[in-house]
Design a protein around this ligand. Structure first.
Ligand code: NAI
Length: 654
């Protein structure tokens, strides 16, 4: 018997098979919930119903795009309860991912069997929510409070094998899942007590407090992990009391700025990887990558390419530098093995695909060459001249420059349509962001190939036009400038840093400058001096520190001082006096700023600069700017990004 287009019921003897088929991930859309409601009626009379999913996974979550609308009937909690109360008991036969609403449905079934390696999770916390269909109420009853905390508060994914140990699944299916489900159904054990009727104790108060403290520390301002913990405690109440409170909080949270920000980030991340410019354009295949310069960035890029199963030829200035580059890449791979990221076999395979050399001729077969030499226009131009002499006329040429204008770097190259910027972030094998910089000559096919490379290296790629610092470093420069204005206007470095940490950033602007060093930004400011708008406000505090050789942690002092190896920033009276004297000398009255004043001013400036970047056509949309901040600069995902945040503050966020 066939019914709804997404849920089908077929009878086989006394077994009713219920199949959800809602590609790509069988999300619990309105149609699926309606289909399951009908199916729960249609299975009546059968001895047992087996719930399965078509395609590559069981139900892997809710339909996030529905969360902006008013909830539509039938509601998932009612569907789960209908399955749980069905006269004909349900067996969930699961494969792939059993996430969110999928796990909630499975917990309503009388039994659960899973293919080996099936993954279970309650990832609602990742979109600022708590489960809304009994997830926090049934999970502690089914698998115990601790495992439920791991899943709901941290979004931890547990394999079926762990669930079996915890009593969350009854069997790991050997061989074909449907055959195993059929065999299970033919030998049904006694129907167990419904999960919602089981009893679980609340966490004792001291354990609750310790868990909450640990979660708060990790969440850095995000609320949903703590709200999930609170909801799990309600599982100690009778289900009829706990479940409605869970549902009410879930529905309320759908409108929270945090949840909207996280949902926005989810869609933004996907949207930026498909810019209009490359719509329908086939990327070129890539196998052989040449990298020139095996320093900090070049070695990281080589490592990223090798772990993306590409062959790498790393070119250095001379033999000794080539050997040093190999040692650097070796070290990175070895580190990956130690952390369990690669096996020893994978290590050997990666090393077999790495050539280090001082000869450009070895790059002759490369499909793509990435330059990562010193940040010096003449050095870079010379590298590309040498590359162009040996490499194929169509092979793609990319620069990893941070600030230089790629059109100047490539000027005079044969076939400019193959040239682009591929701006990795440090450490290049770790950081997720890749800025793909188009020049006026780059063809969509070459840009599409850049995006394909990004995907292969598991990066989040964002298209950028050309401006000083591209999207990310230009935003950073504006942020630092404003932070320095704040110092001149009355704040001190530690006040700015702690305000920004409170706002969710991993570090404040001054401690971060001390960590990475003040000299690169100083060199940039000197380079820009000749073309700087004379009417632009310019404060010289950072320049003065650099002139005093206070270049950050590596020189032992910067905005702060540092004692021995502990690297903890210590407030430095000399710097604070210098700042106060600077304000006085320049006739700037020193004001008192609250942490909120500081955060508002700095976040606003990021949003303003971001808008400017979009208006100039450097970035396609606000999403591109936000994704750059999220993946390149540790901007808290639960705040969406500076552009989202500014819009939300004005009450206009989606
Ligand atoms: P680095 O100084 O660590 O490495 C540069 C390497 O290039 C050195 O190993 C040097 O021997 C080699 N080199 C210099 N001239 C060469 C030539 N003619 N032929 C072959 N090799 C040559 O510098 P780093 O930090 O790796 O930066 C490289 C590039 O990446 C620069 O353009 C920089 O602006 C950019 N970048 C740096 C980031 C960072 O955080 N360090 C982040 C993103 C981009």
């Amino acid at each position: 018997m066939t019914n709804s287009s997404v849920v089908t019921v077929t009878h086989e003897g006394d077994i009713a098979w219920v199949e959800i088929d809602n590609p790509p991930v069988n999300a619990t859309s309105t149609a699926v919930r309606a289909g399951l409601t009908a199916a729960a009626q249609q299975v009546q009379g059968a001895r047992v119903a087996i719930l399965t999913c078509a395609g590559r996974t069981f139900v892997a979550g809710g339909d996030i795009s529905e969360f902006d609308r008013a909830p539509e009937e039938p509601h998932l909690p009612d569907v789960v309860q209908m399955i749980e109360d069905s006269e004909t008991p349900f067996v969930a036969a699961m494969h792939g991912n059993v996430l969110g609403g999928g796990f909630e449905i499975a917990m309503g079934c009388a039994w659960r069997i899973a293919a080996p390696g099936t993954k279970f999770g309650l990832p609602e916390v990742n979109v600022g929510l708590i489960p809304g269909a009994g997830g926090t109420q049934r999970a502690p009853r089914l698998i115990g409070m601790q495992a439920a905390i791991d899943m709901a508060c941290s979004g931890k994914i547990l394999p079926a094998e762990t669930l079996l140990d915890l009593g969350g699944v009854d069997q790991i299916a050997q061989g074909d899942l449907k055959d195993a489900a059929r065999t299970f159904a033919q030998n049904l054990p006694n129907r167990p007590v419904k999960v919602r009727d089981r009893v679980v104790a609340a966490l004792p108060l001291d354990e609750y407090a310790a868990t909450e403290t640990a979660l708060k520390k990790r969440a850095k301002g995000q609320q949903s992990p703590i709200l999930n913990l609170e909801a799990l405690q309600w599982a100690a109440l009778p289900f009829e009391q706990g479940q409605p409170v869970e549902r009410a909080l879930h529905l309320k949270l759908r409108h929270s700025v945090e949840s909207r920000a996280l949902r926005y980030a989810f869609f933004a991340e996907r949207a930026v990887s498909k810019p209009k410019l490359i719509d329908g354009i086939e990327p070129r295949p890539l196998n052989q990558i040449a990298i020139v310069g095996g320093g900090l960035m070049g070695a990281g890029i080589a490592m990223a390419c090798l772990s993306g199963c590409l062959s790498v030829t790393l070119i250095e200035r001379d033999n000794a530098a080539a050997n040093a580059a190999r040692t650097r890449v070796d070290g990175l791979i070895e580190g990956g093995v130690k952390r369990g990221k690669f096996t020893v076999d994978q290590q050997a395979d990666m090393l077999a695909h790495l050539t280090t050399t001082d000869s450009y001729a070895d790059a002759a077969d490369a499909d793509l060459a990435i330059e990562a030499v010193f940040e010096d226009l003449d050095v870079k131009r010379d590298v590309f001249r040498q590359l162009a002499a040996v490499i194929g006329p169509d092979a793609i040429l990319a620069t990893n420059t941070s600030y230089l204008d790629p059109t100047l770097i490539f000027d005079g190259m044969p076939n400019l349509s193959r040239c682009l910027g591929l701006h990795f972030f440090s450490p290049a094998h770790v950081m997720k962001l890749l800025e793909i910089v188009k020049t006026p000559n780059t063809t969509p096919e070459v840009i599409a190939t850049g995006f394909a490379l990004g995907k292969r290296l598991r990066k989040v790629s964002v298209l950028s036009g050309i401006c000083d610092g591209f999207i990310g470093n230009r935003m950073l420069a504006a942020f630092r400038r404003e932070a320095e204005y704040l110092l001149a206007d009355g704040a001190l470095p530690h006040q700015v840093d702690s305000a920004m940490r409170e706002a969710g950033l991993p570090m404040g602007p001054f401690e971060l400058q001390d960590l990475t060093g003040l000299q690169i930004a100083w060199a940039n400011r000197k380079r820009q001096a000749a073309t700087r708008d004379p009417n632009e406000r310019y404060e010289r505090i950072a320049d003065t520190l650099c002139e005093m050789d206070r270049l950050g942690q590596r020189s032992g002092k910067g905005w702060y001082r540092y004692k021995d190896a502990s690297r903890a920033p210590i407030r430095d009276e000399d710097v604070e006096e210098l700042i106060v004297a600077y304000s006085k000398d320049n006739g700037l009255p020193r004001q008192n700023f609250t942490p909120n004043d500081i955060a508002d001013r700095l976040l606003e400036v990021l949003a303003r600069e971001g808008q400017q970047i979009v208006d100039e056509g450097i970035a396609d949309r606000a999403e591109d700017v936000d994704v750059v901040k999220l993946f390149g600069y540790g901007f808290p995902r639960w705040r969406g990004g500076p552009m989202f945040l500014a819009k939300a503050k004005r009450g206009k966020a989606a």
